[in-house]
Ligand binder design. Structure first.
Ligand code: ZN
Length: 105
């Protein structure tokens, strides 16, 4: 039996997965454009993710870099409550924009 992963996190990098700017405009208020800490491509980072990065000393990586480096045994954290709220707000805004696009004026 192995020990609980108490000390294992010391050597781990905390990475926040970010959407590439090339995917389109992110509508969540306060979202800013930064560079992927690994490849330098432009990515979006939301206010909740900026906060998480400060709290955890985390780096922001683009999806392509995360997919290339993630291993099956890696710990993948669920989004924080603040990140989930941003995802829901963004989904609602995108849905509303879609409804308005399809509604005849
Ligand atoms: Zn990258």
């Amino acid at each position: 039996m192995s020990e609980p992963e108490k000390d294992d996190t010391d050597n781990d990098e905390y990475i926040i997965v970010c959407t590439p700017v090339s995917w389109g405009k992110y509508v969540n208020p306060g979202t800013i454009e930064i560079m992927c800490a690994k490849c330098g491509d432009p990515i979006w980072i939301s206010p909740a993710s900026v906060q998480l990065a400060k709290e955890k000393g985390a780096k922001a990586h683009c999806i392509a870099c995360v997919v290339a480096e993630v291993e099956p045994g890696d710990n993948v954290e669920p989004p924080t409550a603040e990140q989930r709220a941003e995802v829901i707000a963004t989904a609602k805004a995108l849905h509303q924009a879609d409804v308005e696009k399809q509604t005849p004026h």
